[in-house]
Design a protein around this ligand. Sequence first.
Ligand code: ADE
Ligand code: ZN
Length: 340
Amino acid sequence: MSTKKLIHQKINQIPKVELHSHLEGTIQPSLVRQIAKRNSVKLSDSLFTPQGDYAWDSFVTFLQAYDEASSCLMYSKDYRDITYDYLKSCALEGTIYAETFISPDHAAEMSMSYEDVLSGCAQGIDDAERDFGIVGRIIVTCVRHLGPQQAVRIAQQMINEPHSCVVGFGMGGDESKYVLSDFTPAFQIAIDAGYPCTVHAGEVCGPESVWDAINHLPMISRIGHGVRCVEDDELINTLVSRNISLEICPGSNLALSLYPDWKSHPLKQILEAGINVSINSDDPPFFNTSVGQEYHNGSEHFNLDIEQLLNISRMAMESSFAGSKTKARLIKQINQWSIT
Ligand code: ADE
Ligand code: ZN
C-alpha cells in the first residue's frame, strides 16, 4: 500500500473529538426532506441546489438556509433522529466524543417544548452510544441576533429544567449584531449554575470580538472559531495564559470565505503559539465537511502528522465539558491508542 494510503487509513482510525457542531446544521438534505415529508412541511424550492445540496452564498443566506432546514423539526422523534444520524456519522469516522449545540429558539418557533427537544436528543444520544460506543453531549445555545432578553430566557430555561446530557451553555448566530456585554447576564446565569460556557467570536468579526468575549464574558472557557486572534499578539498570549481553547472549524472558515485558500488559514500558527485547539465541522452538510474530513484536512493542508492530530484529540477532550469520569476515561482511550 502507498504511504499516502497508509496515512489516510491511520487518520480514519484516530480517536476523534468534536466540540463544535450545530445540531440543526448537521442534518443531511436527504434527512431534512424525509422529516419534512412525514411532518407535511413544505420546504421552499430555493433551499436546495439542483444537485440537492443546501443553497446559500453568504453568511446571512447560510443562516437563513439553516433556519429553514430546522423548520421541518416538529416532534421529539425528529430530534432523536437527527441526533442519532449525526452521532452515527461521527462514530463511523472514529469519533469517540461529540458535543453539539442545540438552539431551543428554533424549537420554540415550531411550538415545541424544551422538554420534548431534550428528551429527543437524549434518546438519540443513548441509542448512538448503545449502537456505536460514541458519547454525545449537548450545549444549549442562544442565538445572538435574537437578542439578549431571549438569551436570558434560554439560560434560565436550561437551569430550571436540568438534564444529564446538557453540559454547557453557548451562543452562535450573527456576530455583527449587538455587543457581547449585552449577553453578560445570560452567561452569568449559566456560570452561577455551574455550566461552563463557549461563545462564537472572532469568526466574522476581528480580534476585538474575541477581546470582548474575554472582557465581558470573563467566565468563558472556550471560543467558537476565534481564528482572527492571530491578528493580535497580546490576544494570543492572553488565550494561552488563561487556557482558553479555540474550537476551530477550518472547512467552515473556507466555505464562508473567511480565508481565500488553505494556505491563508491560521490553524498552524495558532497551534505553534501554544493555544489549546479542537478541529470541528460546524455545520457539516452546509460546508461539505465532517469531523473526519477536518482531520484529513489537517494532514493534507497543514501538514499535521498522526501524533499532532492525536494531540488535537487530546487537547479537545481536555477542554470538553464532559463530566470528570467520562473525560478521564476518554483521555485514557486517546492516550492508549497506538500510533504504530
Ligand atoms: N450557527 C450555525 N453555524 C454558525 C456559524 N458558523 N457561526 C455562527 N452561528 C452559526
Ligand atoms: Zn458554529
